[in-house]
Write a protein that binds this ligand. Structure first.
Ligand code: CMP
Length: 140
């Protein structure tokens, strides 16, 4: 089933200069880019995006990090895009991520973990509309 999911190349990966390598990984795994832009989130925008984690001890540090520099936000489209993207990313903690995954290759630590991907269809819908109006999303 063709799905859409939200992907973020986080500020650590942008600073490392690996945007191209990450996009190449999506392209070579049949995930198409249906929308893409570079943004520098404010603290408030990062807090809004991660509102579900607002009670976690790492919330303040996470939202500082996510607003520390530019990030690339994308809508990825393809067969089972949500689970495929999560497979390509690997475990949240790069120390536990499988060899060859994006987090194993590019993450710094459990917080600065290079990429974000939606975890379920409902979350994907909510996360996509957080950044992209309908007009900015291509339908293949
Ligand atoms: P992400 O997949 O974007 O979802 C929530 C983010 O919170 C996660 O990636 C990490 O960047 C961060 N995160 C999750 N767990 C921890 C933790 N234990 N300590 C610090 N940051 C975390």
């Amino acid at each position: 089933m063709s799905e859409k999911t939200l992907s973020i190349i986080k500020p650590d990966a942008v600073a490392k200069g690996v945007i191209g390598q990450i996009i190449d990984c999506f392209a070579s795994n049949n995930l198409k880019i249906a929308a893409l832009k570079m943004i520098h989130m404010s603290k408030r925008e990062a807090q809004g995006f991660y509102a579900v984690h607002s009670e976690r001890p790492f919330f303040d540090s996470l939202t500082d990090f996510m607003s520390s520099g530019p990030a690339v936000v994308m809508v990825l489209s393809g067969e089972n895009a949500i689970s495929k993207n999560r497979e390509l990313m690997g475990a949240t903690n790069p120390a536990e991520a499988a060899e060859g995954t994006l987090r194993k290759r590019f993450a710094t630590d459990i917080e600065k973990n290079a990429v974000h991907g939606s975890d379920a269809p409902e979350t994907a819908r909510e996360e996509i509309v957080y950044f992209f109006p309908e007009l900015e999303i291509v339908n293949f």
